[in-house]
Design a protein around this ligand. Structure first.
Ligand SMILES: Nc1ncnc2c1ncn2[C@@H]1O[C@H](COP(=O)(O)OP(=O)(O)OP(=O)(O)O)[C@@H](O)[C@H]1O
Length: 699
């Protein structure tokens, strides 16, 4: 145990000193197992934190980076004190944690923040952490995707557990009840439960929290379906303080009376990530039962701190048409749109939360400002062309979302035939394969992940540059979360929505729900290259069709043959494979091989010749004229930025013309000079530029 020692602030000899702590309770391990870096520990035993100012400044020492792992308290064989010094974080860099100073965060957590290089809290964190940590309030938080919501509930939970442990609230398996009587709880208390809608998200949250808890002795375990139950039970037997889980597997283990999970009604912290999704009717039946159990102990309910977060927590929908009609016809005047606050109230009631601190930074939309949105309207059968065009023209880590597993499978096959580096993620894959594919995607800057909505929420994969909605998402929430896999943590990203005529109603509904006053801008396609794209994609589709037919006929005859062999019977001639059918299948196989060869020869040549351009038109007169000649591949965000700039210029010209026609002649001169002055800031010689181009064209 480390205890703070009082310092006389007026003692000049102690200038620059922030605090002194003494070790008051030596752990046996510490005495018997001296840590490897004893010189540093000697320093630590004095625990003197020096800094130039009285800010929390974690100075990193040089040339001892290799010692970082040894700082883990478990490895050092001692329990970390609540005021662990950070002087031993080992790097040349200096991490200034001044911005966290208004929170009484425990030193091991500050140290982890320094290691993660989180110099300051994000907006959602600074808006919720004081109420959560100092006020111990329940939090309902809505903020854009990628804004750091995990830490907004992770930090208070870890901080709270450290505090509870330091207070020895649980002594030798006993905790004091309200009435002062001691009630027995299991030896290793379960302090916190975090629930997520998908397995991958649960694993990610676990990893994230483990990084934060690196310098504490807090254990975090994950309980999710599709993974070995035995291993999860083994880990639960170690009594982790925090369990991160998906509802299905968690309920399964609760039903099996897992000892550690029997304390679920005593937890001190409950976080439900992506709460709006979790509470959707009919989605997580187990969640209801889990919540019932958690809320079983009314005494604990009052003490428990709850965290509810999602980017779309306050997103509300307009009434469906049939209800609107009813409302109009006055059949039922009680039919009303659910407002954001009513939605929040419903969530709070469902979770038995009273008087929470509500922080809504999403303005009901949940989209980051660094996200560029656009669309490509096209026929259904053209979607493959535009998808392939996009990933060849704009390489980078790309996530493509489809509405069904079948669609994912087909697209994976087509793009693989086109030599694209693709992996799939959907619920029919084995969990191991899902994780393997995710790792592959994370490990390659140019990989393409084709997924259903299992990848839509929460996944935090760095540098996803593009999100393509191959099909218009069924809900606005889905659009927000899918798009939010890019443009995370203030980085830039682009989301492209492919809209076919059948999806226009869905698209319009989405725009209305998200409060879009304008249509999404068009992503520019260089039509002259589409022929080459089509040729390749069509070939890939033909090959896919041929291979599917061959596979089908093989599996049909194979099944009959196999069954006959197993039963040791000889098939009648008419049941054997028809020789014509056999020939057909062979011919199809040959045709597929031929087409593959042809496709491969095509794929050897680039679609976009090196000499060809990249930049998009900036001409004020004719935006379709390509001005610059550049590289073969282009940054999609830049391309779109140019388009939007161009649209803005066109809009300005339109406005100028409108003004010109409406304002009397005498004012024309003034207005002209005003507009010229304004536009000359961004584009000098606006008028001259146009004249020069006109002259050039005449020549
Ligand atoms: N204070 C911070 N400083 C710098 N980076 C941070 C900070 N807090 C979180 N991050 C990083 O921001 C990224 C996004 O965080 P997180 O996954 O928690 O976002 P989110 O709001 O939960 O997103 P989503 O709504 O998609 O689930 C992560 O990579 C995380 O490490």
């Amino acid at each position: 145990m480390w205890k703070p020692v009082h310092i006389n602030e007026f003692d000049k000899s102690l200038e620059g000193l922030i605090s002194i702590e003494e070790c008051s309770d030596y752990n046996e391990n510490l005495l018997t197992k001296p840590p490897k870096f004893s010189p540093l520990l000697n320093k630590r035993s004095k625990l003197i934190k020096k800094s130039k100012s009285k800010n929390i400044k974690l100075k990193r020492e040089k040339n001892v980076t290799q010692l970082v792992p040894d700082l883990s308290p478990s490895k050092q064989g001692f329990t970390v004190s609540s005021n662990f010094t950070n002087n031993q974080i080992l790097n040349e860099e200096e991490i200034n944690l001044e911005a966290w100073a208004n929170l009484p965060l425990q030193q091991p957590l500050l140290k982890a923040l320094a290691l993660l290089k989180f110099e300051k809290p994000t907006i959602i964190q600074s808006s919720t952490l004081p109420a959560a940590i100092l006020g111990k309030r329940d939090i309902l938080g809505a903020a854009e995707t990628g804004s750091g919501k995990t830490l907004a509930f992770g930090l208070p939970i870890l901080h709270g557990i450290l505090e509870l442990k330091a207070k020895n609230e649980y002594i030798n398996g006993f905790s004091n009840g309200e009435d002062g009587e001691s009630m027995k709880v299991a030896k290793q208390p379960l302090y916190a439960l975090i629930l997520t809608p998908t397995r991958e998200l649960a694993m990610q949250v676990t990893q994230h929290l483990k990084k934060l808890a690196k310098y504490t002795d807090i254990k975090i375990s994950v309980v999710v379906g599709g993974m070995s139950v035995e291993k999860q039970l083994r880990l639960l037997n170690k009594g982790p303080e925090i369990v991160v889980a998906t509802p299905g597997r968690l309920w399964e283990l609760i039903e099996e009376n897992n000892e550690h999970l029997t304390q679920i009604d005593k937890i001190k912290y409950l976080a439900i990530d992506e709460t709006d999704r979790m509470l959707e009717k009919g989605h997580f039946q187990e969640l209801e039962k889990i919540l019932e159990m958690i809320n079983d102990d009314s005494n604990n309910n009052v003490k428990r701190q709850n965290f509810v977060f999602s980017a779309t927590l306050t997103l509300v929908h307009e009434l469906p048409k049939y209800l609107l009609m009813k409302k109009k016809m006055k059949y039922n005047s009680r039919i009303t749109n659910l407002t954001a606050s009513q939605k929040l109230q419903k969530i709070a009631e469902a979770l038995n939360i009273k008087n929470p601190k509500v922080v809504d930074l999403s303005q009901g939309k949940g989209m980051p400002t660094t996200l560029t949105e656009c669309k490509i309207p096209c026929a259904a059968q053209e979607k493959d062309y535009y998808t392939y065009y996009f990933i060849v023209k704009h390489p980078g880590r790309t996530l493509i979302f489809c509405n069904s597993i079948g669609c994912v499978r087909r697209l994976v096959t087509i793009l693989s035939l086109l030599n694209c580096n693709v992996v799939a993620l959907h619920s029919s894959l084995h969990q191991r394969q899902r994780l393997k594919n995710l790792d592959k995607f994370k490990g390659n800057d140019n990989c393409i992940l084709i997924a259903t909505d299992v990848a839509a929420r929460g996944l935090d994969i760095s540098n996803i540059q593009h999100v393509i909605h191959y099909q218009t998402p069924r809900t606005s929430e889905s659009y927000v979360h899918r798009s939010g896999r890019t443009a995370r943590a203030s980085q830039e990203g682009i989301t492209v929505l492919l809209v076919e005529p059948n999806e226009i109603q869905q698209y319009l509904r989405l725009c209305r729900t998200l409060g879009k006053t304008e249509d999404l801008p068009l992503f520019p396609i260089q039509e002259n290259y589409l022929d080459a794209v089509k040729k390749r994609v069509n070939l890939a589709r033909e090959i896919d069709k041929l291979e599917l037919t061959v596979k089908k006929s093989n599996s049909n005859s194979g099944w009959l043959q196999k069954a006959a062999e197993e039963m040791d019977i000889i098939l009648d001639d008419d049941l054997r494979k028809d020789p014509d059918e056999y020939d057909d299948s062979n011919n199809q196989k040959k045709a597929a091989t031929m087409k593959k060869k042809l496709l491969n020869s095509l794929l050897e040549k680039p679609i976009f010749p090196r000499s060809f351009s990249g930049k998009y038109p900036l001409s004020f007169e004719d935006p379709n004229v390509l001005l610059n000649q550049g590289a073969q591949e282009e940054n999609a965000i830049e391309v779109m930025r140019n388009v939007m700039q161009n649209n803005l210029v066109k809009q300005t010209i339109k406005t100028k013309r409108l003004f010109k026609s409406k304002i009397p002649k005498s004012d024309d001169v003034n207005l002209n000079s005003f507009l010229r002055k304004k536009s000359s800031k961004s584009k000098p010689n606006f008028k001259h530029g146009n004249n020069r181009k006109r002259k050039n064209r005449r020549r």
